[in-house]
Every structure is written in C-alpha cells, then in structure tokens.
Design a protein around this ligand. Structure first.
Ligand SMILES: Cc1cc2nc3c(=O)[nH]c(=O)nc-3n(C[C@H](O)[C@H](O)[C@H](O)COP(=O)(O)OP(=O)(O)OC[C@H]3O[C@@H](n4cnc5c(N)ncnc54)[C@H](O)[C@@H]3O)c2cc1C
Length: 423
C-alpha cells in the first residue's frame, strides 16, 4: 500500500455531515484527504433543518474539529430554552412532559442542536483545498495498488482508501452491496422551516413558544415543533471568528415535522413525492384542519423552498459492507429515521473512530486491514444501538410503522448516553 510518511490517502465520497467531519479530522492530523461532493457548490443545498447534537455526537465533533471550527459551531448553535419535551393533544390539552437527562448538564459550552445548512458550511471552514464540488460519483474501481473514484463529469480521483459518505442512497453501497438497502418504515414525513417571528405573530400559544413540542392527533397524525434559536447570527459569528467564511443568514425558526403513514396519505407515493413545497404545505394544512386554530395554518408560514418530504427508512439489521480499501460511514453504512435525532450523531461517531484508526495506520501502529476490521466492528455495534433507539422512539411517537423493533441486545446501548427527544 502506498502509505507514505503522511499515511494512506483517503478519498471521501460525499461532503455531508459525516464526510466533512472525517475530512476535518484527517486534515487536522496532517493526513492526505480529498472530499468529492456531487452538489455544484456549498450554496446548492438550502433545505435546512435542525439537528439535535447528542453527547456522543458532540464528543466526536470535538475530537475531529480544530478548536476554531468548534468555536464557530458553538457560536452558531441553538440557544437552549429548556430541557425535555411538551406533548399535547390536537386541541392543545397538555398530555405529558418528560424531562431528559443529559450528562452534559446545561453549561454554556454545550452544543445542543445546530442548523444543518449552517453546520455544513461551518464544516467547510479551512477545507478549501480538500473539498471538490460538482463531483458526482458514478463508479469505484479497485486495483492492487489503490482505489479510483470516477465522476459524471469525466474526472477521477485515486487514493489508498475510499470512504463512502454519500448518504442513505449511497451509490457506493449500490455498487458493492446492492441487496443491503434500508427498509421502508411506511411513514411519510413533511418537514418545514417556519420563521419564528411569523409563527409567534400568527398566535402560537405561549406554552409552546420556544419549546420542543409534540402534538399527537387522534387521527393518527403527529406534529413536532422544534425551535432553533441561533446563539449568534451566523454571518456575525463568521465575521468574528472566520472572516470570509460564507455562512447563511440564520433567521430563528421552528422545524415542523408532520408524520403520516402511507396508508393514510390518500395518495400514491408517486403523487406524494411529486408535490412541491407549496403543495406539501397545503397537504399538511388540510391534515390539521380540525386541530386547534393556532396549529392549522402553521405549514403555510414556511418558505415553499424549505418544505420537503421524506420516507422514513432504517437499516435493519446493520450489515457491515466494503472491501479491503472501501468502508462506509454515516447513512451510507446505517440509515435510521430522524426520530431520536441520532443519524448525524452516529455519522460523527463513525468519523471520529475512523480518524483515530487511520492515524494509527499512518503512525505504523496497526495495518489497514486491522484498522478496517476494528472500524466495521465498532460501527456495527454502535449503529445497531442507534438504529434500535431511533426505531424505539419512532414506534413510541408514530402510531403505525411497518417493521418491528429489533430485539434489544444487552449492554449495547451506547448510541446515546442520555434519553433523547424525538423528532
Ligand atoms: C429532517 C431531518 C431531521 C434530522 N434530524 C436529525 C437530528 O436531529 N440529529 C441527528 O443526529 N440526525 C438527524 N437527521 C439525520 C441526519 O441528517 C443524517 O443521518 C446525516 O445527515 C447523515 O450524514 P451523512 O454524512 O451520512 O449523509 P449526508 O449528510 O446525507 O451527506 C451525504 C452527502 O453525499 C453527497 N452525495 C450523495 N451521492 C453522491 C454521489 N454519487 N457522489 C458524490 N456525492 C454524493 C450528498 O450530496 C451529501 O452531501 C435528520 C434527518 C432529516 C431528514
């Protein structure tokens, strides 16, 4: 293997949450790394949503990211408004209000939640020479001496190892492991970003303001409202901490999530996923038409460009895949529903583990085969617990999902060290 003094050269496919955290970790360690991302530029993707950061996820990010990037992340993270979650029925009668135990406490340096668009741009800080945009992977070719990624623009990149960080619909997984696709949970979800000021002006009752709230409809539909209040406006934080870094405006918002089982859509999947943001907002509004008046019009307050639909899927079981030179990270390795807010945290966890192991390879402490063995074992165990947690919360919070929860494995609950709020 062409492991020079600086270690194996890593080609990362996908510049999302996991791929960029890995790139930051390897770059900070002085190891050669290139990220190839299909988006044309960092500004291509604007659909933002709130990402909860778990204790494990924060720890992994702090392990990989240079202090200045962490400072920027903290400055642009969610200003916390309390612990726990408030649940209501559709007429806003309080149901229950669990508090969540977080070993981090509520200290000023805790990164509790972030905005995904801002996170991705923050993670690009200092990686100008590392990340190449407009590179959509079409094929991976392995040789005895290395591994080459080919892209749709005709270009290619060669390294010693390739990391598939290309998300839940991973092209690398489809090439190497076409039968291991995540399973459909049958739940269709509409996500929207609702400007906080507009939501308050529209009369959101005081008890829901700034709170993580959940409305459980007797019709089987479920609405989540999660506040994202930036500690500091991202452009101001960038000007202070990383002048020249292009961060989005960062208006405070609620992430709104409406879950509907496909049997209750009244539409085919093709029709549902063909809807644009405006049509999805109308769909959600119609579903909430008999709910409390303060809730009915919420989805109409979102920007159509930020309203989108996903189907919830999960890797059950988590099956490790790859080759001597190819490993997977994040959603490409293990997909899970957003419930519990563990997918991005798991991607960060994977990135921290892989960074540490590739550093050991570079130092000559272990061989690549040993590193990949340890990586796959660790990721499979951790992700199995994470998928189990997200399914457990999905089953608890969504009336009907299509697969049974995998049996709990004793002692394998390391995905989160604290009970997690749901999405
Ligand atoms: C609405 C919503 C809310 C969520 N909330 C939370 C939460 O609170 N907490 C949490 O931990 N998780 C949450 N998740 C899950 C989380 O977003 C994912 O688990 C996480 O983004 C996975 O990171 P990743 O790097 O594996 O994949 P991604 O972040 O999806 O990145 C994959 C990247 O690969 C690129 N790519 C894809 N195909 C190719 C190709 N062929 N060539 C080159 N590049 C390619 C994509 O453009 C993308 O940039 C949420 C998900 C959703 C949808």
């Amino acid at each position: 293997m062409a492991t020079g003094a600086r270690g194996p050269k890593t080609i990362v496919i996908g510049g999302g949450v996991g791929g960029l955290i890995l790139a930051q970790g390897l770059h900070a360690a002085g190891l050669p790394v290139e990220v190839h991302e299909r988006d044309a530029s960092p500004r291509t993707r604007t659909q933002g949503y709130r990402l909860r950061v778990s204790p494990d996820g924060e720890r992994a990010m702090r392990e990989c990211l240079p202090p200045r990037v962490i400072e920027l992340l903290l400055a642009t993270s969610n200003q916390r408004h309390g612990e726990g979650l408030l649940a209501f029925d559709e007429q806003l009668a309080p149901q229950w209000a669990p508090a969540f135990d977080d070993p981090r406490g509520s200290g000023p340096d805790k990164i509790d939640a972030v905005d995904r668009v801002t996170l991705r741009r923050v993670l690009l800080a200092g990686l100008d020479d590392v990340v190449r945009f407009g590179r959509k992977l079409t094929e991976v070719v392995e040789t005895t001496g290395g591994v080459t990624a080919r892209f749709s623009d005709g270009s290619s990149a060669t390294g010693d190892v390739l990391v598939a960080a290309d998300g839940a619909n991973s092209a690398v997984r489809t090439q190497f492991c076409p039968h291991e696709q995540p399973r459909d949970l049958g739940v269709r979800t509409v996500f929207a970003r609702l400007p906080m000021t507009a939501v308050h002006q529209a009369g959101l009752p005081a008890q829901l303001r700034g709170e993580f709230s959940y409305v459980i409809g007797s019709d089987g539909h479920h609405l989540g409202l999660m506040p994202m209040v930036f500690r500091e406006a991202p452009p101001a934080a960038a000007a202070r901490l990383w002048p020249g870094l292009d961060l989005p405006p960062g208006e405070d918002y609620y992430m709104a999530v409406l879950n509907v089982h496909r049997d209750e859509l009244g539409l085919s999947d093709d029709e549902f996923f063909a809807m644009d943001g405006r049509a999805l907002a109308r769909f959600a509004t119609a579903r909430m038409s008999a709910w409390h008046p303060a809730l009915r019009g919420l989805f109409a307050l979102g920007d159509a460009a930020d309203t989108f639909a996903v189907s919830l899927r999960a890797s059950v079981p988590v099956v490790p895949w790859g080759t001597e030179r190819v490993v997977a990270l994040g959603d490409a390795a293990h997909t899970m529903p957003p419930s519990g807010g563990v997918g991005a945290n798991s991607a960060a966890w994977d990135a921290a583990l892989l960074t540490g192991l590739l550093r050991q390879v570079a130092d000559g402490d272990i061989g690549l085969a040993d590193a990949f063995d340890r990586y796959r074992t660790g990721v499979t165990e951790h992700a199995t617990a994470a998928v189990g947690l997200s399914l457990k919360i999905a089953q608890w919070s969504i009336r009907k999902i299509d697969i049974a929860m995998p049996a709990a494995e004793p002692g394998k609950n390391s995905a989160n060290s604290a009970p997690a709020p749901l999405h």
